[in-house]
Every structure is written in C-alpha cells, then in structure tokens.
Design a protein around this ligand. Structure first.
Ligand SMILES: [Ca+2]
Ligand SMILES: [Ca+2]
Ligand SMILES: [Ca+2]
Ligand SMILES: [Ca+2]
Length: 348
C-alpha cells in the first residue's frame, strides 16, 4: 500500500499511538491489582524434627495435615495429625504411635466426616516397619487401626476412600530374594473396617515404589510411582499401572526422561487421560526438575493386538490412496482444463 497524503500518515500514527496506549493499559491494570504474596503462614513443631507430607481440604472450609513429630507423642517419631481452620490456625492435633518410628504420609477425609490416615509404623505390626492404617472420627480420635506387612520395611504412601466405603492403599512391600531385599509396589484394598479384601504386588527383580493411587471412572485403579526393573536399563522410570476393580493389571507404561524419574501424583482428566506430576534428575546436571505430563488412556490398549490391526488399516488406506491418486494424476495430465486454470489465475 502506498501512502498518498500527510493526512493519511498522521491518521496512521494516531491509530498506532491509541493501540500502544490500549496495550499498555491492558498490561498495567492486572499487575497493579494482582499481588502475589503470603496471605498467612503458620509453623507447627517443638524442639525436635517435624515434617508435613499431605494436606487436604475439609468440608468445613479448613484443612487437615499429616506428617510426623519427634517433639510430641510416645517416642522417636509419631504420626502427627493437625486440623486447622481456613486461616491455618490449629484447631486440634493428635499424635499416634509407640516407642519406635511411626510416620503419617497421607490423609483423606472420609464420608462420615472423620479421617483416614496411612503411613508406616515400626512400633506395631510384623518385622521392621509395616503399613499403618488409622481411622479417626471428626475430632481425630482413633476409632480403629490396622497394620499390614511382612518381615521387611513396608511402607504406605497414599490412601483414598473407595466408592464402596472401603479404602485403597498403595506403597511398598519389601521382601527377601537370595538374602537380598527388594521393593515391589503394593496395592491393598480393605473394607470399611480396614480388613484386607485383596492385595497385589507389581515389580521385577529391582526396586519399585508407588506414590499415589486413585480410583478411576471405570471402578479400577491407577497407580503412579517408579520402577528400576522395567523401562530403560540402568535408570529409573516413571511407572503408571492401570488395574481393574480387583487390582489385576490391565496395562502399564514406563516414561523416561532422565536418569532418575519418579511419579509422585496422578489425576484422571474428564476425557479419561491421566496427568502425572513427578521429578526427573539427570546425573550430569544433578539438580532435579519437576516433570509434568499428560498421557492417554489408550497407552496400554495400543500396545496390544489392536496396534497391529491399526497398522494394517493405515497401510491399506495408504495403498488405496496411492492407487487412487496416481489414476487421477494420469487423467489430469491428459485433460485440457489444468493449464487453463493456471492461466486464468495469472491473468487476474
Ligand atoms: Ca513413635
Ligand atoms: Ca514389615
Ligand atoms: Ca521389585
Ligand atoms: Ca529414566
């Protein structure tokens, strides 16, 4: 476009200035309104070590936190359950444990308004540590507790209430093979009283650990953690396992990015995909990164016979298309219209 007069040029400059002003206004207004900062903060603890591992919203608008405390309780570390209001002010707290190490890793509010906690106990149960499941009322008073485990170091990382009112727990089961201990992912389903209905282990000869479990929309379960036995050799990979409603594996998938990849948490999206968050570390860099990925429900499905059918269909379509196109091109060369169209375009 050629500028024909000074007037036109002035108009363009004015429009440009107006646009610039609008853009700067749009950019400045939100930054003056939105102020990132701490609304409130609280610390909980005594003279020894305490750590928090899990927090969830409660139906009263407050929060429930679980971790461990060395300052309070019965000895060594104890499970520490803290209820706060919506401003993070402690309303009450409870400790659970005995003379040895006891630790809370995960808490969820249950349909009766109480809480379900999982973690590990060295005080109670079988050898070393065992998975510990604690049910409390809405004030954190213990209603019942259960331990699950064998002679090794067994720990739980995640618990959720299931649609039947029972609980699904995941963590690690340690067992001995030829005097060497290995970890497998452990999935435990209990009824509403914490009595084990079934359990499943997943893993190979090396170490595996699970960090999160979720009941999926089809009534099955999705577990995320990591595996050293499968995926890329010599490195750990994120491991996603899908089971049916009885914990039988339907499919599994490993995801590799760095030398040490760990899946920490998984969510199911509305369209049936899975969102995973975890950590990836490469030895040459050494520092870790957060790894955030969405994967398709079909990941496992495509690994089976279906993939061969799909490949056959795609090849078939490609061959058909090639034959169809070559036929058409031959006709096109002979036809008088093709050149004509081009000439018409250039003339215009
Ligand atoms: Ca203790
Ligand atoms: Ca044990
Ligand atoms: Ca293993
Ligand atoms: Ca890896």
């Amino acid at each position: 476009m050629v500028l024909k007069s000074r007037k036109q040029s002035k108009q363009i400059t004015l429009s440009f200035l107006t646009l610039l002003l609008t853009v700067s206004l749009v950019l400045t207004v939100p930054t003056t309104i939105v102020k990132a900062g701490i609304i409130w903060d609280e610390t909980f603890g005594g003279g020894e070590n305490e750590e928090g591992f899990c927090i969830v919203n409660t139906t009263d608008g407050g929060y429930i936190i679980v971790g461990f405390t060395e300052s309070f309780g019965a000895g060594d570390s104890d499970v520490w359950l803290i209820k706060t209001d919506e401003n993070g002010t402690m309303m009450w707290n409870q400790t659970f444990g005995g003379i040895d190490d006891d630790e809370g890793r995960c808490v969820a509010q249950t349909s009766d308004g109480g809480y379900i906690i999982t973690g590990s106990t060295s005080t109670f149960g079988a050898g070393w540590s065992d998975v510990w499941l604690i049910k409390t009322d809405e004030n954190g008073n213990m209603m019942w507790d259960k331990t699950y485990g064998g002679t090794g170091i067994d720990e739980a990382e995640c618990v959720q209430q299931t649609s039947d009112g029972g609980y699904i727990i995941t963590g690690e089961l340690e067992f001995e093979v030829d005097s060497v201990y290995h970890d497998d992912i452990w999935l435990i389903k209990t009824d509403e009283n914490g009595d084990m209905m079934w359990n499943q282990t997943f893993g190979g000869t090396d170490d595996e650990e699970a960090n999160w479990v979720l009941q999926t929309s089809d009534g099955g379960y999705i577990i995320v953690g990591y595996t050293w036995s499968y995926g890329t050799a010599e490195t750990s990979d994120v491991w996603l396992i899908k089971t049916d409603e009885e914990g039988n594996k339907e499919w599994d998938k490993t995801y590799d990015k760095g030398d040490f990849d760990v899946g920490e948490c998984v969510l199911q999206t509305a369209d049936g995909n899975y969102i995973i968050v975890g950590t990836t570390i490469s030895y040459d860099v050494y520092y870790s990164d957060i790894w955030f990925l969405e994967v398709s429900e079909e990941e496992g499905f495509f690994g089976g016979t279906f993939s061969y059918i799909l490949i056959a269909v795609v090849i078939g379509l490609a061959v058909f298309l090639a034959i169809f196109l070559s036929g058409k091109m031959k006709r096109g060369k002979e036809g008088p219209w093709e050149k004509g169209v081009d000439e018409d375009l250039f003339d215009a």
